[in-house]
Design a protein around this ligand. Structure first.
Ligand SMILES: [Zn+2]
Length: 272
């Protein structure tokens, strides 16, 4: 299967998963219908379904128009607030589109109805893919708007964290350089962060995406950190730190700073 990475709006990603034999396609977070239609035409594929990670406009705004253009189009999501929703999915529900399989993973936290989609193709050497929306980014996790630190922690460790390590991570926004800049501020001597940041900046200069990452890359940091201290405590500290960070003169507590350093949490993310 082929995954088209489509940059839209300021820093969002929309994706088109293509089954190459049949030229059938599934869109992920179809926020800008006009742009999606251009890609569908260019790739000469037929759109079969939309997978929506959450109801925010910058992920779901194109659903209604596409549903009108393609009568019978299936629109999947985990929240009644998702536009043109035809199928509300349940945790671990599996969908099949030809040789492409989708497992729906409910990951409440950013919103109450967030879903990540784990996708693989039958008899294919390609690594599986996870479409993580605003739950997991490259170098950080999403902002908790409608959930608890416990939920977000479970999403990262028990839900996404148990997927195969080679899984490619396709997230909802290009926040990589921003995440890594913050990490470097916290730990200026970290060579790995330095390297990743200069790579991310280069990609940015060339107007190229930093997705996909792999789960192995993102998990390393989670595991290193959670090995050091009680994970739920960390997340509770992170929530406090998020508020502290918005008042720049207030110092973050050391535990929270360590968590930022490992990319577990990004307080800079705007509400989207
Ligand atoms: Zn969002």
């Amino acid at each position: 299967m082929k995954v088209k990475v489509i940059s839209i709006l300021e820093d969002n990603y929309m994706y088109l998963i293509i089954e190459e034999n049949t030229r059938h396609a599934i869109a992920v977070d179809a926020a800008v219908s006009k742009r999606l239609l251009e890609i569908i035409k260019k790739e000469d594929v037929s759109l079969k379904a939309i997978l929506t990670t959450h109801h925010h406009w910058d992920h779901a705004r194109g659903n209604e128009e596409l549903a009108q253009l393609y009568p019978g189009l299936a629109v999947y999501g985990g929240d009644e607030r998702v536009g043109a929703l035809t199928h509300r999915v349940t945790h671990n529900e599996e969908l099949k589109f030809g040789s492409i399989n989708v497992r729906c993973l409910l990951t409440p936290g950013h919103t109450a109805g967030d879903v990540c989609y784990f996708v693989w193709e039958d008899d294919s050497p390609d690594a599986p893919a996870a479409f993580t929306g605003d739950t997991l980014f490259v170098g950080g996790c999403g902002r908790i708007l409608e959930g608890t630190p416990e939920q977000m922690h479970k999403n990262l460790t028990e839900v996404l964290g148990t997927l195969p390590k080679e899984t490619k991570v396709f997230c909802g926004h290009e926040y990589t350089a921003r995440n890594l800049k913050f990490a470097l501020k916290v730990e200026p001597e970290n060579e790995i962060v330095k390297e990743r940041l200069s790579w991310a900046k280069l990609r940015d200069d060339e107007d190229l995406p930093t997705v996909p990452s792999t789960l192995a890359e993102e998990e390393d940091s989670v595991q290193k950190f959670t090995g050091k201290t009680d994970p739920i405590e960390v997340f509770a500290a992170l929530c406090k730190a998020k508020d502290s960070f918005r008042k720049p003169k207030e110092r973050l507590n050391p535990q929270a700073m360590l968590a930022f350093e490992w990319g577990l949490f990004d307080p800079l993310l705007e509400k989207k």
